[in-house]
Design a protein around this ligand. Structure first.
Ligand code: ATP
Ligand code: MG
Length: 230
């Protein structure tokens, strides 16, 4: 389906289990995410936050219930979902190719200038400029090694280049020191202004900037409110 802004996500009575002989991860979950909303999802390790992200992205299908964007089922989008939703995964995957190819993934007609522009916005321009082969430096085994935080920022650069309206950040700051974490959060908030943002986290740093916070526990939403209320 072709859908147009504004984008509204509806999670309607969604249950999920990975297989019929394992426990239910989500149970009759209902959640509406408004266009441009900044939503934080909190919850303990293993409660199903990343699973929910995969469901919203259409990478997994609900066992029961449905998820729609502007009334269209997410599983109807196929590859086109990438035009609407971008995810910075908990452990971002980089391909064994150049920096340029990694950032341009899914957006092959972007120019090198465009790529430099997003690298600058995520604070990686200088690092890449200093490499002997610049954008053409290879990532991986014999090539360039990125730290966890740098991987997250590279992954964010990919999403900024693609300019999708809905962004899911799955613990993008895990393992960062508090100062770097705050800097990365500030960058994200500036860069994603106006977009729908779903921010998965298991602690409270940075949630002041969000419109709504929900707690996920035992497959259900157990608390929901503004950061001020919580
Ligand atoms: P964390 O905060 O540690 O990232 P999470 O809230 O993101 O945790 P999920 O990764 O969604 O949790 O996992 C929820 C549950 O589903 C866990 O018990 C996990 O073991 C299980 N699980 C996750 N992925 C799979 C999979 N591919 N197959 C089977 N079970 C899975
Ligand atoms: Mg997770």
């Amino acid at each position: 389906p072709q859908i147009e802004a504004p984008y509204q996500i509806d999670i309607d009575n969604v249950s999920f289990q990975y297989s019929s002989d394992t426990e239910q991860i989500l149970q009759h979950l209902n959640l509406q995410i408004k266009p441009g909303e900044k939503l934080a999802i909190l919850g303990r390790s293993g409660t199903g936050k990343s699973t929910l992200a995969s469901l919203i992205r259409g990478d997994l299908q609900p066992t029961e219930g449905q998820i729609t964007i502007n009334g269209e089922l997410t599983d109807k989008f196929g590859d086109q979902i990438a035009n609407y939703i971008g995810v910075v995964h908990q452990s971002p995957y980089l391909f064994n190719t150049t920096v340029l190819n990694n950032i341009r993934l899914g957006n092959e007609d972007a120019t090198e200038e465009d790529v430099w522009s997003v690298l600058k916005r995520v604070g990686l321009e200088e690092k890449i400029r200093q490499l002997p082969d610049g954008l053409n430096t290879k990532i991986g085994e014999a090539g360039l090694i990125f730290s966890g935080g740098e991987r997250h920022r590279l992954s964010l650069a990919r999403i900024l280049l693609k300019d999708v309206p809905i962004v899911i950040l799955d613990e993008p700051t895990v393992g960062l020191d508090p100062l770097t974490e705050q800097r990365v959060i500030d960058t994200f908030m500036n860069e994603l202004a106006g977009k729908t943002l779903i921010w998965i986290t298991h602690h409270l740093q940075g949630i002041d900037a969000m419109n709504r916070v929900i707690f996920l526990e035992n497959g259900k939403i157990t608390m929901s409110g503004t950061p001020q209320e919580l």
